[in-house]
Design a protein. Structure first.
Length: 370
């Protein structure tokens, strides 16, 4: 009898894990076919031909987008050849256009840099010091032309972090913030967006809800927003640009703000993404995570748990900068498998997933080749 009771308790506990009712087979199959569209993934190599990892990403995992790094770019002609092959193969396998993203902020964070034969660009810090909004727009247009020539349609920029903490190493120290003044950050970001839009390139504001007051680097590990942070100042650029409907996408920060969420960093926080960004600020466009393999996330939560938690919290695109796992497996496939399991077990809201897919499709509809 005790054994039967124990078994019954186990069954009840397992049933208790289910939050959402079982999905109809047709609806589940439709969702599973599209789940790869929620992933934005980086890969190794400079050519698509003969690259089995790229083939698997585009045609088996069916990712919604790829993100390029210095390791993928050796020059303008090569980049254009690579991106053309990626876009053609993705469309052949999925019937959809491919998001091809890059960090092209200018200055230090510029994947199309002088080392690959591209001309040097001004950093956000340099543009901010110039106090010339026309110069910022012209520089953004120049960056946009570089990106379009290379076949890149989405710039993960501008940075709208308000750089008022001079000891901040990753934003202020790298000259990635336009200013310590939120009004100037907003003006320069607006000009930067206008410049990129004029060249047909989509943008993303980052790093929500603000990384300019921190003293740590989330690439390496845990980062907390200090209690003394000026939260309204850090949100000011988002409030203004969202209200003007200039925001194509918002990228999350891997920072913990205990005033918003005592447990999770912004990337994994429903209170931050759904409550603050969607609710208070009224943003209804796509939310893309910062890299889920950064130390602040992967070391504590693991990639798979982080991916499904971010999606449940309100993120729409999950960025995985390096698809290759230490054991040779695919990070994208691992994340996707966990999302599928959570859907089947009823521990992930299918409506949340469907809403994310709608936002991804809407973003793609705005691509020049879409």
């Amino acid at each position: 009898m005790p054994r039967l009771v124990a078994l019954s308790l186990l069954v009840l506990a397992a049933a208790g894990c289910r939050t959402y009712p079982p999905l109809e087979p047709v609806r589940l199959a439709a969702l599973e076919a599209e789940l790869g569209q929620l992933l934005l993934v980086g890969f190794e190599g400079t050519e698509a031909e003969g690259n089995d990892a790229i083939e698997r990403l585009l045609c088996e995992t069916r990712v919604g987008g790829v993100v390029l790094f210095v390791r993928n770019i050796t020059g303008d002609a090569q980049a254009a050849r690579l991106t053309r092959a990626l876009a053609e193969r993705a469309r052949a396998c999925t019937g959809r256009p491919l998001l091809i993203a890059v960090d092209a902020e200018g200055g230090q964070v510029m994947r199309l840099g002088p080392g690959a034969g591209f001309t040097a660009t001004l950093s956000a810090g340099e543009l901010g010091e110039s106090n010339d909004f026309t110069l910022t727009e012209l520089e953004a247009r120049r960056i946009g032309r570089m990106l379009r020539s290379a076949g890149i349609n989405w710039n993960l920029a501008p940075v709208v972090d308000v750089g008022y903490e001079p000891r901040n190493p990753v934003i202020v120290g790298a000259a990635r913030s336009f200013s310590a003044n939120p009004l100037l950050v907003t003006e320069h970001a607006r000009a930067f967006i206008h410049g990129l839009h004029a060249e047909g390139v989509l943008t993303a504001l980052k790093h929500f809800p603000g990384h300019g007051s921190t003293l740590g680097d989330s690439h390496k590990g845990f980062v907390e927003i200090p209690a003394t942070a000026n939260r309204e100042a850090e949100l000011a650029p988002y409030r203004a640009l969202i209200a003007e409907r200039l925001v194509d996408a918002v990228m999350t920060a891997h920072v913990v703000d205990r005033a918003l969420d005592s447990e999770f960093p912004a990337t994994l926080s429903r209170a931050t993404l759904t409550g603050l960004l969607r609710g208070e600020l009224g943003f209804d466009g796509p939310v893309v995570t910062d890299d889920l393999r950064m130390g602040a996330i992967e070391r504590r939560w693991g990639l798979e748990t982080a991916a499904v938690t971010a999606l449940a919290a309100g993120a729409d695109l999950l960025l995985i900068a390096d698809d290759r796992l230490p054991d040779g497996g695919s990070a994208a496939r691992a994340a996707l498998a966990t999302i599928q399991k959570r859907l089947v077990s009823g521990r992930l809201d299918p409506e949340r997933v469907e809403a994310a897919l709608v936002r991804v499709r809407a973003l793609k509809a705005r691509l020049g080749d879409g």
